[in-house]
Write a protein of this length. Structure first.
Length: 531
C-alpha cells in the first residue's frame, strides 16, 4: 500500500524493492510527526516537537563507513582514510537487506542536496523510522510538491536500523554499516538509529562528486552581511567548535550551519535545515537556536525531559553530551531565502584547542591557511563520536576527514586556488581552552569570540597592531575592541608560563609530525608555512 505523491515511474518497485509493507511517499511534516508517534518511535514534546532516543548509538560510527571498490573510482579514493568493501560484499549486503525489508513499513522522502540548481543532486531517502524521514526532510532541501510527480533520484540512500550486518558475509567491520557504492549510486545504512548518518553520507557523496566540477565542498557554516551577499563569511570546523552558534549572528543573514559548496558563482548551502547541539544551550546567548526547541516538528534527539511536562533538561548529559535538535532553516528568523551568498570575503577556521595554547584569533597568509586547513587541528568533543567522553586532541584534515573520499590535497588546492582568485582574508579562531589545558583552564568566553569575529568581519580588526606568534608564525592582534588584552596573549593567561612553554612545544611538534604526510604533495610556500 502506497501513500503520498511520487513519480509513478520511480516507485520503490521500479528500484527493485518488492513485497514491502506500507510505503509513505513524501509525507509533509504533520503527517510524519503523527506517524512517528503512532508507531511508538517518538513522544510529542512542547510546541509539537518530536522527542526521540537513538538507543546505544548517540554519535556517528566513522569506522563503520565503507566505500565499495569499483574500477571507475579505485584511483580516486583516499584509501588510507576510507575502508574498502568488495563488490561481492556489497551485493550480498544489498540482497540480504532487501529480503529483510519485505513486509515492513517505510517512509520515502525525495529531496535535493544543494541550493544552487546548477549543481544540485536529487536524493531519494528511504527510512525505516518515520522520524528519520522527518529529520532528513528538515536537513535536505524540499522540492515543490508539483515537482514530485516527475522526480528521479540521482542517488538513493536506504536506512534500516533493524538490520544487522554480518562482517564476514558483507565484508564490513561490525553489525553497523554505512556502505557507499558510487558506481551503483546507492548508499546502505544499517545497525544504527543515529540520524546524523543520514546527512553525513550525503555530504560524503557531495565531497566525492563536486571537486570534478571545480566546486569546493566545505564542512562549514556560512553567513553574509544583511542585504549584502557579496560580504560572505564561511566558518570551517568540526562538531563542537561553534559553527552553528557563531554563524547564527542576528546581525547577519544565515546561509547555513554545516555544509556548503564554493562554485564559480559563489557560496551555496547543501542543506535546508540545521542540526544543532543543545547541551547547555543558553536562551540569552543563543536565542534563535533555543527557540527552535519548542517549535512544531523540531526533532529533539537524546535529551532528558520531564515525563509529564516534557520540559527539556539542557544540562543533563546522562544519555549523551551529543544531544541535538534538527529543524528547518526557516525557523531561524534571519535565514537566507535562497541559501546562497557571494565568494567568501572572510574565511574562519574554527579549532577547539584542548591544550590551551592557541590564541583566540590569528590572521593567516594564504599558505598558512592551506597549512591549517590540511592540518585540521581541533579536539573531538564528548559524545560526537562513540567512545569520546572528554575533549580529545586530533587532526582531522580539511576540518572533516571522516567525510573526505578523495585525498586532502584535492580539497586543499581547490581552497587555495579560490582564495587566490577572490582575495579572501583567512583567520584561525580558537574556541577551546584558555588559561591552561582542559581540566585546568577554562573555555574561551563566547562573548570574546563573538567580539573578535565581529571586528574581523567588519574590517576593524585588520586595522589594529599585530604581533608574530612565536610558536606558529601567524599574526595575532595585540588589541581588539571589547576584548581584554591578556586574552590575546595565551602565555599570559597561564599561572605558570613555563608550563605553557612546555605545552606549546608539545603542540608544535604534534603539528609538524602530522603535516609530514602532506609534504610530498604541496607547493614550496606551504612547506615554508609548515612548522
Amino acid at each position: 500500500m502506497a501513500i503520498g505523491r511520487v513519480n509513478p515511474k520511480f516507485t520503490l518497485e521500479a528500484q527493485g524493492l518488492n513485497s514491502l509493507g506500507k510505503i509513505h511517499y513524501n509525507l509533509p511534516e504533520p503527517a510524519l510527526v503523527e506517524l512517528a508517534i503512532k508507531r511508538g518511535e517518538a513522544e510529542l514534546g512542547q510546541g509539537g516537537t518530536v522527542l526521540v532516543s537513538t538507543g546505544k548509538f548517540t554519535g556517528r560510527s566513522p569506522k563503520d563507513k565503507h566505500v565499495v571498490v569499483t574500477p571507475d573510482i579505485n584511483d580516486a579514493i583516499w584509501w588510507d582514510n576510507n575502508a574498502k568493501m568488495s563488490q561481492d560484499g556489497f551485493q550480498r549486503l544489498k540482497d540480504d537487506l532487501f529480503e529483510h525489508m519485505k513486509g515492513r513499513e517505510y517512509s520515502v522522502q525525495d529531496l535535493v542536496a544543494g541550493a544552487d540548481a546548477q549543481h544540485a543532486i536529487n536524493m531519494r531517502m528511504i527510512t525505516e523510522l518515520a522520524w528519520h524521514g522527518l529529520f532528513i526532510r528538515h536537513l535536505l532541501r524540499r522540492p515543490d510538491a508539483e515537482d514530485l510527480e516527475e522526480f528521479i533520484a540521482d542517488y538513493t540512500v536506504i536506512n534500516c536500523p533493524s538490520f544487522k550486518a554480518d562482517p564476514k558475509r558483507h565484508d564490513c567491520r561490525s553489525e553497523t554499516v554505512i556502505a557507499m557504492n558510487f558506481a551503483e549510486k546507492m548508499i546502505l545504512i544499517a545497525g544504527t538509529e543515529y540520524a546524523g548518518e543520514n546527512k553525513k553520507c550525503v555530504f560524503t557523496l557531495l565531497n566525492y562528486l563536486l571537486p570534478e566540477a571545480g566546486i569546493m565542498p566545505m564542512h562549514c557554516s556560512a553567513n553574509h552581511a544583511t542585504d549584502n551577499p557579496v560580504d560572505t563569511a564561511i566558518f570551517f570546523g568540526l562538531s563542537g567548535t561553534g559553527k552553528t552558534t557563531l554563524s547564527a549572528d542576528p546581525a547577519r543573514t544565515l546561509i547555513g550551519d554545516d555544509e556548503h559548496g564554493w562554485s564559480e558563482r559563489g557560496t551555496f548551502n547543501f542543506e535546508g535545515g540545521c542540526y544543532a547541539k543543545t547541551i547547555n544551550l543558553n536562551p540569552e546567548a543563543e536565542p534563535e537556536i533555543y527557540a527552535t526547541t519548542k517549535k512544531f516538528a523540531t526533532v529533539i534527539e537524546n535529551m532528558v525531559f520531564d515525563p509529564v511536562t516534557k520540559e527539556l533538561d539542557f544540562k543533563d548529559d546522562k544519555l549523551t553530551a551529543n544531544m541535538r535538535c534538527a529543524y528547518p532553516m526557516h525557523y531561524i528568523s534571519n535565514a537566507s531565502e535562497n541559501a546562497m551568498g557571494g565568494h567568501p570575503k572572510n574565511i574562519i577556521m574554527l579549532t577547539c584547542d584542548a591544550f590551551g595554547v592557541l590564541p583566540p584569533i590569528a590572521r593567516l597568509t594564504p599558505a598558512q591557511a592551506m597549512y591549517h586547513f590540511l592540518s585540521g587541528f581541533t579536539s573531538k568533543i564528548a559524545g560526537t563520536e562513540r567512545g569520546i567522553t572528554e575533549p580529545e586532541p586530533t587532526f582531522s584534515t580539511c576540518f572533516g576527514a571522516p567525510f573526505m573520499p578523495r585525498r586532502p590535497e584535492i580539497y586543499g588546492n581547490l581552497l587555495r586556488d579560490k582564495i587566490s582568485a577572490h582575495g579572501a582574508t583567512c583567520w584561525l579562531v580558537n574556541t577551546g581552552w584558555t588559561g591552561g589545558p582542559y581540566g585546568t583552564g577554562s573555555r574561551m568566553p563566547i562573548r570574546a569570540t563573538r567580539a573578535l569575529l565581529t571586528a574581523a568581519l567588519d574590517g576593524s580588526l585588520s586595522k589594529v597592531e599585530f604581533r608574530k606568534d612565536e610558536n606558529f608564525g601567524f599574526e595575532v592582534p595585540v588589541t581588539a575592541p571589547g576584548v581584554a588584552e591578556v586574552l590575546l596573549s595565551p602565555r599570559r593567561t597561564w599561572d605558570d608560563s613555563g608550563k605553557y612553554d612546555i605545552q606549546a612545544t608539545k603542540l608544535v611538534k604534534m603539528f609538524a609530525d602530522n603535516f609530514a604526510q602532506y609534504l610530498p604533495y604541496i607547493k614550496d610556500d606551504v612547506k615554508a608555512a609548515a612548522i
